[in-house]
Design a protein around this ligand. Structure first.
Ligand SMILES: C[S@@+](CC[C@H](N)C(=O)[O-])C[C@H]1O[C@@H](n2cnc3c(N)ncnc32)[C@H](O)[C@@H]1O
Length: 314
């Protein structure tokens, strides 16, 4: 299946980077290379570089094809988790960059391709959900091996589903009959755990549970939380970090990290001067997040929940 993905907030993100023709830029979630391509068109002949990172082999292949016209001097593609961005860049002699983009979540290709294993409740497929195909554990292991209380925690914390307890209970009861192997089976179980009148008004009943399983399996929130400071530290003065989030759990982490990096002072508010010694690393460019335009929403419904936040290094 062809790698199809329409980039979200494309121009807003690339404009937000303030690309300098001779700058070094990182796309930490390369996907199909849509944002990266746009960055590359703004780089000059001399010195400008784009480093693209993704943990998904299919994304690496697709982006490699899309960006090959820019040549090996300009574009370097690395298969890695972006949590290892700092050491991966160091390995190729880069310790500072002029901008980083992060477009979180999954690509439309990952969502829509059955062989990629059930990221979406809309496609009947084996329960997999790994972004990095080298990883051993899959969503099937979570659904079949986690205890009821662990499943409850995952669906409550990462899906924010008010029926988390009931969904966990139904999963555990069903798997006594045999392993739960597919998204179709899981959909069926979830639909019995949520009252019918709620299902009629609250969108697809599986939406929150699927999000929760994906976040848990790929450690999405921990990785984001743990890497934000590294990304800000990697930036040259004036360099920018542009992050697109797709749900409130991600957005809250980005917003609070940006605020903390802008104003890290922990002195009590009645102190006349700062004595904690924490120094601001820069400023938040987007007081309010940038949202997709009406026009983008019309052509790409998957942009609906996207929010772009930008931080600039001092
Ligand atoms: C929404 S897509 C990016 C699409 C891309 N911006 C474009 O315009 O084509 C997100 C990509 O990030 C990758 N990804 C998500 N989390 C990652 C992580 N922690 N490390 C590396 N890649 C990650 C996924 O595999 C996926 O290919």
């Amino acid at each position: 299946m062809a790698f199809e993905h329409v980039s979200v907030l494309l121009h807003e993100t690339v404009d937000g980077l303030n690309v300098k023709p001779d700058g070094i830029y990182v796309d930490a979630t390369l996907g199909g290379g849509g944002h990266a391509y746009e960055v590359c068109t703004k780089l000059g002949e001399q010195g400008g570089r784009l480093i693209g990172i993704d943990q998904d082999a299919d994304a690496i292949k697709a982006a490699g094809k899309r960006l090959e016209g820019f040549g090996g001097e300009k574009v370097t593609i690395i298969r890695s988790n972006y949590c290892d961005m700092k050491p991966r860049l160091h390995e190729i002699g880069i310790d500072k960059v002029d901008g980083i983009t992060v477009d979180l979540g999954v690509s439309s290709y990952q969502l829509d391709t059955a062989e990629r294993g059930g990221f979406s409740y809309r496609v009947d497929a084996p329960l997999d959900m790994r972004m990095d195909q080298r990883q051993k554990m899959t969503a099937r292991d979570i659904v079949n091996d986690y205890s009821e209380s662990e499943l409850y925690r995952v669906i409550r914390d990462y899906g924010e589903d008010r029926f988390a307890k009931n969904i966990a209970k139904h999963i555990v009861a069903e798997r006594t009959k045999g392993p739960i192997e597919t998204t179709g089976q899981l959909n069926e179980i979830i639909s019995h755990a949520i009252p019918m009148k709620i299902q009629k008004t609250s969108g697809h009943p599986s939406k929150r549970t699927f999000q929760a399983l994906r976040i848990e399996l790929n450690h999405e929130l921990d990785i984001l939380r743990d890497t934000l400071d590294d990304m800000i530290d990697l930036l040259n003065p004036g360099g920018r970090l542009c992050i697109i989030t797709f749900h409130s759990l991600e957005d809250r982490i980005v917003k609070s990290s940006f605020r903390k990096n802008e104003n890290p002072c922990i002195c009590p508010s009645h102190f006349p001067v700062c004595v904690c010694g924490n120094v601001s690393k820069g400023k938040v460019i987007t007081r309010k997040p940038i949202l997709p335009s009406e026009e983008e929403l019309t052509v790409n419904s998957r942009s609906k929940s996207a929010k772009l936040r930008i931080f600039e290094r001092a």
